[in-house]
Design a protein around this ligand. Structure first.
Ligand SMILES: NC(=O)c1ccc[n+]([C@@H]2O[C@H](COP(=O)([O-])OP(=O)(O)OC[C@H]3O[C@@H](n4cnc5c(N)ncnc54)[C@H](OP(=O)(O)O)[C@@H]3O)[C@@H](O)[C@H]2O)c1
Length: 251
């Protein structure tokens, strides 16, 4: 059984790994034996995460919305670890809740820059390190918003829809190099990102009514899908989005 999910000896990078879903995925990969590096913009959170993840863990400051920062991260990773086997593109934002006519161009650009440009930069420059290895697993973090509409969330929905198509197109491009590219589409998981909605007295009941399982997800429930997609158990899985959404997209 163990060999299906054994990640011993694998080097894994989780962007936005200092808190929320990213930290939970980092914990899960580390539990399965991977040496995990978390990246993000907040030095203190990353230091805490690194301490929790064990003596082999790493922490790197990098803003995924900056191609220069991602290139610098690539150089540091290459110098220190020499390779990368698992890349989890988790860093993402959803700061605006407004209908289209009230969405400023700058707000659109801000969301797309982090959620879609960031995934492009990380796949190209960090995932690109997998090309000479002829192996690797990339996992892009999407959302139900990549599949169906969420009210007053045009930029976020567009960014996650883009992530899903990027995932498929890259899976096709890099299959010949032995690199698998998949996505995870989460439903509403209780984190900082969703606190304003999952704690809202009017919005929360509407979200729960729309969720087949009738409850929000917890961060303790998010790592399994990432472990699977990173592991030998998923050796013939690429270009797929695994929904972890309590049945949101089933109904
Ligand atoms: N929670 C949900 O219900 C849900 C559902 C579907 C999809 N998702 C997706 O899951 C991912 C994680 O969400 P979450 O709920 O864990 O959110 P969160 O608690 O707000 O955490 C977001 C993470 O992304 C990092 N980040 C944001 N912008 C960044 C940037 N420009 N460069 C580097 N790191 C950046 C943050 O790091 P800093 O500490 O540097 O800010 C933080 O670690 C996102 O892609 C989100 O869209 C979440």
């Amino acid at each position: 059984m163990k060999q299906y999910f054994d990640l011993t000896g694998k080097i894994a990078l989780v962007t936005g790994g200092g808190r929320g879903i990213g930290l939970a995925i980092a914990r899960g990969l580390a539990d399965c034996g991977a040496q995990v590096i978390v990246s993000g913009r907040n030095r203190d959170l990353l230091a805490q995460a690194r301490a929790e993840l064990g003596k082999d863990a790493g922490a790197e400051i990098a803003d995924v919305a900056s191609e220069e920062a991602v290139l610098a991260l690539r150089d540091r990773l290459l110098a220190q670890y020499g390779r990368i086997d698992i890349l989890v593109n988790n860093a993402g934002i959803d700061p605006h809740y407004a209908s289209m006519e009230k969405t400023a161009t700058e707000e659109w650009e801000q969301v797309l820059r982090t959620n879609l440009d960031g995934v492009f930069y990380c796949c190209k420059h960090l995932g690109g390190l997998m090309l000479p290895q002829k192996s690797g697993a990339i996992i892009n973090i999407s959302s139900v918003a990549g599949h169906v509409a969420l009210k007053r969330q045009v930029p976020y929905c567009a960014s996650k829809g883009g992530v899903e198509q990027l995932t498929k197109a890259l899976a096709y491009d890099w299959a010949e190099h032995g690199i698998r590219v998949n996505a995870i589409g989460y439903g509403f998981i209780r984190t900082d990102l969703t606190a304003a909605m999952t704690g809202h007295q009017h919005i929360a009941p509407k979200l729960l009514a729309r969720t087949a399982m009738g409850r929000f997800g917890e961060v303790s429930e998010v790592a399994g899908a990432a472990i699977f997609l990173a592991s030998p158990a998923a050796s013939y899985v690429t270009g797929h989005t695994l929904m972890v959404d309590g049945g949101w997209t089933a109904i």
